[in-house]
Design a protein around this ligand. Structure first.
Ligand code: AMP
Length: 282
């Protein structure tokens, strides 16, 4: 695994590989890698001749009061984990190179960026769309692999790639969970042992909603009341939102009439946790 920190060197590598007709699969991450990230790396390996993984904690997707400076980082351990996965390039760009002082350009995906997490994090998806576009232009991937854990992010990136005619195939992969259902996340590190136990209520609430939908409940309001009540049974958990939405447009749905996305976000201690499941009537 070769480590590249320079944007110029990364781009030159990709151009040289394209000239040799090599395909590139790319996995962008913010590091502090866990099995969820590694499942994407594995899938990347199966899809292309070369695998590029990036680690960059992107400042433009954090709000002013969010956890940018505290976001967990452990590059040494990330490198160790990636060594088991036949990764060709680990790209570690710096914020100073990606966003020099005179930086002025941002990519905005309208409407989709304002829904769900966009309510509480109004600039978040602008930052995500910007960094993903920049990384695609540097790495020149044929495939880019993302997790459904960040379902809204995945939908926004798919939209962005279509709208801006970016020559990359976006691949979305299922959420990897802990033994008790909690979605793996770098931010789970913030949880105390007690909070970690309580965190499973999110997955339980999503499963409850999914079951109700499968059993024929059509009224989203009723389903969400039950979800909120279950999450509310953990006093330290503060639900940001629980929504049932169209899985493509992310628009809220009042009545179930096909496949839907059930998505939620909640604050627990120092962590903001997100999770989602797809559901449809049986
Ligand atoms: P992050 O480092 O949190 O920005 O995540 C990098 C990529 O890994 C994104 O595409 C995430 O959706 C994906 N990812 C994070 N957690 C999981 C998980 N538990 N299962 C599958 N993919 C994940």
């Amino acid at each position: 695994m070769r480590v590249i920190t320079s944007i110029k060197e990364m781009h030159a590598y990709s151009v040289s590989m394209k000239i040799r007709s090599k395909t590139i699969a790319f996995v962008p991450t913010m590091g502090f890698l866990h099995e969820g990230h590694l499942s994407l790396v594995e899938a990347a390996r199966e899809r292309a001749d070369l695998v590029v993984v990036s680690i960059f904690v992107n400042p433009t997707q954090f709000g002013p009061k969010e956890d940018l400076s505290k976001y967990p980082r452990d590059i040494a351990n990330d490198k160790k984990q990636l060594k088991n996965f036949d990764v060709d390039i680990l790209f570690l760009p710096s914020a100073a190179d990606l966003y020099p002082d005179e930086y002025k350009s941002y990519v905005e995906v309208e409407e989709l960026s304002k829904r769900l997490c966009g309510q509480a994090r109004p600039q978040h998806f602008r930052g995500v769309a910007t960094i993903v576009t920049k990384l695609f232009n540097i790495v020149l991937p044929d495939y880019a692999i993302f997790g459904e854990k960040d379902y809204q992010q995945l939908i926004i990136i798919k939209r962005l790639v279509k709208d801006l005619n970016l020559p990359v195939h976006i691949v979305g992969l299922p959420i990897v969970r802990e033994f008790d259902g909690l979605a793996m996340s770098s931010r789970n590190k913030y949880l105390t042992p007690k909070e970690r136990e309580h965190a499973t209520v999110l997955y339980k609430a999503l499963q409850l909603a999914k079951k109700e939908i499968e059993n024929g409940e059509k009224n989203c309001h009723k389903i969400l009341l039950r979800v909120r009540s279950l999450v509310g049974s953990v006093p330290s958990m503060h639900l940001d939102y629980a929504s049932i939405v169209d899985p493509i447009t992310l628009v809220q749905i009042p009545k179930i009439n096909g496949k839907v996305l059930i998505a939620l976000a909640a604050h627990l201690g120092k962590a903001r946790l997100i999770d989602n499941v797809l559901a449809a009537p049986k």
